[in-house]
Design a binder for this molecule. Structure first.
Ligand code: DON
Length: 306
């Protein structure tokens, strides 16, 4: 298996330079386009890796399934579902024009920015700082890595430039989709969550927990009920790659989430968690080489769920 991963990285290496680093968050331009790493954790507890699997990068949108999990753990499915929809938007991650009609919670889902900001409003905590700490702690537990922390430079960089996300927060407020009085504090909670620093190993571990319906590697106890994995994996399948989700479903066929830091977390239900890192992005904000590696891995190992 490790040989296969090495082989796939070599086959896909030339794609790393076909993508571009995200530059709308200035700090992300410090990334290295040549980085390419993969990590796999299988249901029999084995671990396989190749390339730059130890490199750290910010989780960005891959925190969205974790925000959703935390919101589910705090409120249950019925309440979360009543506040935010589950339909694929077919739009970019930061879209404002979700619908031709008046904006409703049914028009968004937890994988697009507006839905993820709404998840931050459902997470429990006396202060926004407490909510951030709870999300950070859940990320550490899912990844089995107590050292995971926030990249303050990336956080401050996004805080300085993230006016579109502020606009999305105020749009949620103006349409009565969130109750928060402090929209700035809410969006700040989202910025901090996106700035959590991980490796492809961390992403593979998190993917493994979703693949094993709440179980940590080597542990029979569940971190969350199995039905939450069904909920999260379903939305990852229909909108985890935004307006690239249909193409990804046809080519890879796995629940997955991308981030503009260059990470992709993929979930092969009952079989494995996969973490990939390559920061060159396509125009949809998804890792170009990362998708290629997943496409080849899925074909070689018959991973597609379809
Ligand atoms: O909100 C943003 O724009 C970033 N913090 C996260 C966006 C992102 O990762 C989109 N995914 N590919």
């Amino acid at each position: 298996m490790e040989e296969l991963l090495e082989e796939l990285l070599e086959e896909c290496r030339h794609y790393t330079r076909e993508g571009k680093l995200a530059d709308y968050i200035p700090e992300l331009t410090k990334g290295n386009l040549d980085d390419l790493g993969v990590y796999v954790v299988t249901s029999d507890g084995k671990r396989y890796r190749a390339g730059d699997y130890k490199k750290q990068f910010t989780i960005q949108s891959i925190v969205k399934p974790i925000l959703l999990l935390q919101a589910l753990m705090d409120n249950g499915i019925d309440y979360v579902r009543s506040r935010v929809g589950v339909e694929a938007t077919g739009k970019p991650f930061d879209a404002i024009n979700m619908t031709d009609q008046s904006l409703l919670s049914e028009n968004i889902n937890p994988m697009v920015n507006m839905g993820a900001i709404a998840m931050c409003s459902l997470i429990k905590g006396d202060t926004y700082e407490q909510r951030v700490q709870r999300v950070l702690e859940l990320t550490r537990v899912l990844a089995g890595n107590p050292e995971i922390d926030i990249d303050h430079d990336v956080y401050l960089s996004e805080k300085r430039t993230g006016n579109k996300n502020r606009a999305l927060g105020y749009l949620l407020k103006s349409y009565g989709m969130i109750q928060d009085e402090d929209v700035e504090g809410l969006v700040d909670c989202y910025f901090q969550a996106c700035s959590i620093k991980v490796t492809s190993k961390d992403l593979a571990n998190i993917g493994y927990v979703l693949a094993s319906r709440g179980r940590l590697p080597g542990n029979e106890d569940r971190v969350f009920p199995s039905k939450y994995a069904t909920y999260v994996n379903a939305i990852l399948t229909t909108c985890g790659m935004y307006d690239g989700s249909g193409d990804f479903a046809v080519k890879v066929g796995l629940p997955a989430k991308s981030g503009v830091g260059g990470g992709i977390m993929a979930v092969a239900p009952t079989r494995m968690g996969i973490g990939i890192f390559s920061p060159g992005l396509d125009e949809k904000g998804n890792s170009v080489a990362g998708i290629k590696v997943l496409e080849k891995l899925s074909k070689r190992m018959y991973l597609s769920i379809f």
